[in-house]
Design a protein around this ligand. Structure first.
Ligand code: ZN
Length: 164
């Protein structure tokens, strides 16, 4: 933006995004043409308000993330991510590993469920055996293989506590 087109009446040294409305006295966005509370026209036009906002924003790199509709300049982004696995470990909560084995278990349960339908006895036994094998494979894979891989030191720790 050329310097000549910048509105000269904007006080870019004032860091505030909010301003007191001259009519109602309540805080409103400084670079929106109408007061948010009473509708008083603060700027002659929305274009002028926007141009003033751009001039104000470009005066300081810290204002890059600001919006003319906000009342405060947003601060730096805060990292709110939490390591739930670490927290669960300190709290003594056992988290099951994220795994695809629950799908296997569900497929096994499907066949077990089919085995509950009164078909011919042979078909039911075959379905129950297939379902049971898939089900057990899923449970063993999830609880005994993946879980032990994820928490290798947990088993001795728990048995150690049991002796106290
Ligand atoms: Zn007002």
């Amino acid at each position: 933006m050329a310097a000549a087109s910048k509105p000269r009446y904007v006080d870019v040294t004032n860091p505030s995004l909010a301003v007191e409305c001259p009519r109602c006295g309540l805080l409103t966005a400084r670079f929106v043409d109408h007061c948010r509370n009473c509708g008083y026209k603060i700027w002659p036009s929305s274009e002028m308000a926007s141009a003033a906002f751009k001039a104000w924003r470009d005066a300081d790199p810290a204002r890059d993330e600001a919006s003319r509709f906000d009342l405060v300049v947003p601060g730096p982004p805060v990292d709110t991510s939490i390591d739930f696995a670490a927290r669960a470990h300190t709290l003594g909560i056992h988290l099951f590993p994220s795994s695809n084995y629950p799908f296997t278990i569900c497929v096994g349960m499907l066949f077990l469920g089919l085995g509950a339908i009164p078909f011919a006895t042979t078909a039911r036994i075959v379905l129950a055996v297939i379902g049971g094998l898939i089900f057990l494979f899923g449970v063993v894979g999830w609880v005994l293989v993946e879980d032990v891989q994820m928490f290798p030191a947990e088993a001795p720790h728990v048995s150690g506590e049991g002796h106290h």
